[in-house]
Every structure is written in structure tokens, then in C-alpha cells.
Design a protein around this ligand. Structure first.
Ligand SMILES: Nc1ncnc2c1ncn2[C@@H]1O[C@H](COP(=O)(O)OP(=O)(O)OP(=O)(O)O)[C@@H](O)[C@H]1O
Length: 304
């Protein structure tokens, strides 16, 4: 369980995180979403005791990380995959960490196998690793202490499609084992098939903390596209049924508030010919863009 309460962090005039409160529960993959500069990394660094909050608290399993003696057993984290000693091999790196944290060294081979860094790859110098391999090593490091809480900052960066699929399955399994899995990203498309719960922030402030389904329902409503030669007459009937109907062209209607099954029934009752009846689910990406539009620091096309 992760608990963040009235958390604020200022850097001079910049407030990176402002009065932020949310809870992340075990047994779920929770996505931590926000546009670039929203304050995700700053929040994760406070959870790990790497920086002090200006005010408020950030705890893991009821303790602030600094006061917890069991380090890697308590929480595993991947913050910056590039932040490792390039001269060592993955195996030597993990062995050193295991020794200094009182973790049995057999765990090293277990986690290397888990992330697919075995054989020659585990013996190669980390300096020669691709970003994807570094991400895998970072995930192995997070898993080393078999912790109940895992934090990942942009873990899908640099992974190929097969790697992304593997990470998603791994996160789901870790959550199914009852762990708390908290994963940051600035892309809804990455979280859509990875997380089941979301914490969304913008400009350091909370925008939403809820399930993926609830988040989707906040934004753009599901719509149904209907194409028929009787568009005008069908629009009138659907409006009488309580639907919001927007004519798209002379033959096409966009309908919200009545589902495709009911539209099909109405068309059938009145013997209207339908050329198309297509439901579009509420788009998470659209909901995310709508809700965070005010907090995007740099709009596309603008220079920094
Ligand atoms: N050490 C620092 N000194 C000054 N400002 C900082 C520092 N660290 C972060 N900031 C500022 O705080 C804000 C939040 O940054 P943070 O890196 O936490 O955002 P983020 O959501 O992780 O972004 P990204 O997706 O780009 O990694 C930004 O405006 C950033 O410039």
C-alpha cells in the first residue's frame, strides 16, 4: 500500500508537486499518468526518500522509506535504467546489491531468468547494453528483494513490442501475487493495456484517482455511428428516445446516450435500412487529453 498525503515539493519558485493525496492499493497495477513535467518523478523520488517533501507525507506500507531498515525487501524501484555502473556485468551488479542488502545470491539467477537476461547477456558489461536490456536489468534489480511494493518510472521506454508485452504480463502477475505495482508514464496508450487503476496528475496536482473504466467514462462518451438513407427520420426517433444526435453528413449520424442494440431495434421497428451501425468505445486517450489539456507544459510545435 502506498499513501501520499498533502504532499508538496517546491524548487525555488517552481512547485513540482502541490498538495497531492492518493492511495495505491495492493493487488492492482496502478498507472501514474501525467504529461511531461507533471511531477511524477518528483513524487516517486519522495516515496523512495531520495528527496524530502517541502510538506506532507509519502509512505510505503505505513513507513517513510528512510525510516525503513529493510530497503530492497520493502520496496523495489526502477527510476532511471541508465543509472548503473557500465563497467560491470549484470550478474556482478546484482551480486553486489544482493550482498549489501542481505539477499541470498541464488536470487540473482532467479531475477535474471525472470527478465530474460541469461547466458552471455548476463555476463556482458552493462555499458554495452541496449536501452531495452538496461530496462530489463532495472526491473531485475527492483525484483531482487522480493518486495511487496514496486515502483517503475517509465519502464516501457526503449522496449520493443515483444518487450512491452512481456512487461505487461509481468506487472499483471506481480499484482496478482498481491503486490502493489505503481507504474508511471506520460502516455495513456502505454497504460491502457497495462494498468487497471489510474492516478492522473497535471502540474503537480491530482486530476483523478480511479479505475480505468471510471476514467474513460469521465471523458468522451461512447458514440455510435449510424449510416442510413433515412438519417433525418431516424435522428428524430432517436432524439425522442433521449439520445444526443449529431448529423455528420446527409446519411451519417453520430449518436450518444443510446447504445447500438437499441438503435438497431428502433431501425428494425420502423423498417429503416441501415448501411452501417458501429459502436466506438469511449477513448481513454481522448479523456486523458481533455482532462490534462490545461496542464501540458509545452504544446506540440512550440519550442522549449
Ligand atoms: N531538481 C529540480 N530543480 C528544479 N526543478 C525541478 C527539479 N526536479 C524537477 N523539477 C521541476 O518540477 C516539475 C516536475 O518534474 P518531474 O520530473 O517530477 O515531472 P515528470 O512528471 O516526471 O515529467 P517527465 O514525464 O517529463 O519525466 C518540472 O517543472 C521540473 O522542471
Amino acid at each position: 500500500m502506498i499513501e501520499v498525503s498533502k504532499l508538496t515539493r517546491r524548487y525555488g519558485d517552481t512547485t513540482a508537486v502541490r498538495d497531492l493525496s492518493f492511495t495505491v492499493r495492493p493487488g492492482h497495477v496502478t498507472g501514474f499518468l501525467g504529461p511531461n513535467g507533471a511531477g511524477k518523478t518528483t513524487t516517486l523520488r519522495m516515496l523512495l526518500g531520495l528527496i524530502e517533501p517541502t510538506s506532507g507525507t509519502a509512505t510505503v506500507s505505513g513507513h517513510s522509506f528512510r525510516r525503513h531498515p529493510r530497503g530492497l525487501h520493502h520496496v523495489g524501484a526502477l527510476l532511471d535504467a541508465g543509472d548503473v555502473h557500465g563497467g560491470r556485468s549484470a550478474r556482478a551488479h546484482l551480486h553486489a546489491l544482493a550482498r549489501s542488502n542481505g539477499i541470498p545470491t541464488r536470487r540473482v539467477d532467479e531475477v535474471l531468468t525472470e527478465v530474460g537476461l541469461t547466458g552471455a547477456a548476463a555476463r556482458r558489461r552493462i555499458g554495452g547494453y541496449s536501452l531495452g536490456m538496461k530496462q530489463r536489468l532495472g526491473i531485475a534489480t527492483a525484483l531482487l528483494g522480493d518486495p511487496p511494493v514496486l515502483l517503475f518510472d517509465e519502464p516501457l521506454n526503449g522496449l520493443d513490442p515483444e518487450g512491452v508485452l512481456w512487461v505487461r504480463q509481468l506487472f499483471r502477475r506481480l499484482a496478482a501475487e498481491g503486490r502493489t505495482v505503481f507504474v508511471s508514464s506520460h502516455l495513456m496508450s502505454e497504460m491502457e493495456h497495462t494498468a487497471d487503476e489510474l492516478v492522473v496528475i497535471g502540474r503537480g496536482e491530482l486530476i483523478a484517482a480511479e479505475s480505468l473504466d471510471e476514467f474513460a467514462a469521465r471523458g468522451t462518451q461512447p458514440t455510435v455511428t449510424v449510416r442510413t438513407p433515412d438519417a433525418g427520420a431516424l435522428a428524430a426517433l432517436l432524439s425522442a428516445e433521449g439520445a444526443a444526435v449529431v448529423p455528420y453528413d446527409t446519411e451519417t449520424l453520430k449518436v450518444a446516450g443510446v447504445d447500438s442494440v437499441r438503435i438497431g431495434e428502433i431501425a428494425h421497428e420502423h423498417r429503416f435500412l441501415l448501411w452501417e451501425l458501429a459502436a466506438q468505445a469511449a477513448s481513454l486517450e481522448a479523456a486523458f487529453m481533455e482532462l490534462t489539456a490545461d496542464s501540458v507544459e509545452y504544446l506540440a510545435g512550440e519550442s522549449r
